[in-house]
Design a protein around this ligand. Structure first.
Ligand SMILES: [Zn+2]
Ligand SMILES: [Zn+2]
Length: 139
């Protein structure tokens, strides 16, 4: 039996399914991924390319291929959400972890490009935690 995973974009226009297991899960801190995600790092799962099936909205998927590099990003043209990208050179599909709607049982394989970490991401253990939006932000 193969594992099925499902994902979608924020606006719900694009939906996809993966049939099969993930092979690796990398948290990439490189500067391209910082730009691409607008955040500290990308969280990408890797699976065999042929496990991906678009269920709906494939025509709204756009892919940006960064010049002279393997860095690519697919996204919904309506809402901009990150979506799976086929990396032909490694016969893989790169799946942004946050786009999945089904649980991910795999733990991250590794953090990579940590030499490029944004300095604000260091020592976050001491930052206050709130279960939801705190009062001081709402007011
Ligand atoms: Zn969308
Ligand atoms: Zn990266």
């Amino acid at each position: 039996m193969t594992n099925k995973h499902r994902g979608s974009c924020l606006c719900g226009e694009v939906k996809y399914e993966l049939s099969g297991d993930f092979q690796s899960f990398f948290l990439c801190h490189c500067t391209r991924c910082q730009k691409d995600t607008g955040s500290a790092h990308a969280a990408n799962l890797f699976a065999k390319a042929n496990t991906l099936t678009w269920l709906q909205g494939e025509n709204d998927v756009r892919t940006y291929q960064h010049l002279n590099s393997m860095h690519a990003k697919s996204f919904c043209q309506k809402c901009g959400s990150a979506l799976p990208t086929i990396a032909e050179s490694i016969d893989s599909v790169v799946v942004p972890a946050g786009s999945l709607d089904t649980p991910i049982s795999m733990k991250p394989t590794a953090k990579i490009f940590v030499s490029r970490c944004a300095n604000w991401t260091k020592n976050l253990d001491n930052v206050p935690n709130y279960e939801e939006l705190p009062e001081q932000v709402k007011s």
